[in-house]
Design a protein around this ligand. Structure first.
Ligand SMILES: CC(C)(COP(=O)(O)OP(=O)(O)OC[C@H]1O[C@@H](n2cnc3c(N)ncnc32)[C@H](O)[C@@H]1OP(=O)(O)O)[C@@H](O)C(=O)NCCC(=O)NCCS
Length: 282
């Protein structure tokens, strides 16, 4: 896609939290290289679109090819006419024609899980989501300066695999290129026994991915607490590997659906703790 201005304008109209600078970076580096599925009005302006990015699921060391669906949106004046439903059907054809085993995505809002279910995209990956006030979290896990290093998303691409290989689970793997360019603004922190990626959004510290070796959950949480204390954020959200849920000792959290999947063979479409999505571009 050479000139993406029209698509970027539709994106900005639909995703009002994003700045024009964010959208420019996203289109320039990622979406202009992704597969576009789109409908236009009579004047050839896009009115509804979605993008398909290459993503693998690693299963027993094998790379299984999938699409990650991103930036699905319909112009406000054309919503509720079934256009996105049609585009999702077209996306499935594109996936099958390109040898993909399925399509997954993270719904932008919890209410959208039902919308995607109508097109047979069902909960597939779950997450242990921890949401607390900063005060409460810091009281539960006292901040500790540990031997951590601020790293890059490019290096995080391989660091996360080292941690994930210990879990013996299937996991999502975006290319190093996509992870580096699309995750602008995310800060990865690494140490020998744990690692995490965070962003600051207004008053929220959002930990988009948090991983550790078995037995090191308290060290991971104390390092996050240290960042939280220095960030002066009021709230924290941590997206933890669902298999680490049982290691939490200070409180218990339920695993909840995180992202949905469509695949032509529906038999395996069940949320399962042995699958890990982790980092998402939201
Ligand atoms: C979600 C969205 C893409 C749907 O596009 P659309 O072309 O209107 O979709 P369709 O006409 O095929 O389907 C409309 C259905 O989506 C439902 N829907 C739309 N937004 C919804 C939301 N936030 N929560 C729950 N359902 C929603 C409508 O209620 C409608 O349901 P119905 O079929 O029972 O009447 C569109 O509302 C949009 O662009 N939203 C803003 C951007 C966004 O959040 N994108 C999703 C990213 S994961």
């Amino acid at each position: 896609m050479k000139d993406y201005t029209k698509y970027k304008n539709l994106y900005l109209l639909c995703f009002t939290d994003d700045t024009p600078e964010d959208a420019e970076l996203l289109f320039k580096n990622v979406l202009s290289k992704a597969k576009l599925v789109c409908e236009y009005d009579n004047a050839e302006n896009p009115i509804s679109m979605l993008f398909l990015m290459d993503a693998n699921i690693i299963s027993n060391g094998k790379e299984l090819p999938y699409y990650y669906l991103y930036a699905a949106c319909t112009h406000p004046e054309h919503r509720g006419k079934g256009i996105m439903g049609r585009l999702l059907e077209k996306a499935k054809e594109v996936a099958l024609n390109n040898g993909k085993l399925g399509i997954f995505l993270k719904p932008a809002k919890p209410s959208l899980f039902d919308f995607y279910a109508k097109s047979d995209f069902v909960p597939f990956f779950n997450v242990c989501k921890i949401i607390k006030s900063a005060n409460e979290f810091i009281r539960l896990y006292s901040p500790q300066i540990t031997n951590t290093t601020k790293t890059t998303m490019s290096l995080w691409h391989s660091i996360r695999k080292d941690f994930l290989n210990e879990f013996n689970c299937d996991y999502v793997d975006f290319s190093q290129d996509i992870l580096t360019t699309a995750a602008d603004g995310s800060i990865p922190i690494n140490s020998k026994n744990f690692g995490f990626v965070y962003e600051i959004r207004d008053n929220l510290l959002l930990v988009k991915e948090a991983l550790c070796k078995r037995g090191y959950i308290n060290e991971l949480m104390s390092a996050i607490s240290h960042i939280l204390q220095n960030s002066h954020c009021e709230d924290i959200e941590i997206r933890l590997h669902p298999l680490l849920k049982d290691e939490l000792t200070s409180f218990s959290e339920a695993n909840v659906p995180f992202s949905v999947m469509w695949q032509p063979s529906v038999a395996t479409n069940q949320c399962n703790t042995n699958r890990y999505h982790g980092f998402a571009f939201d």
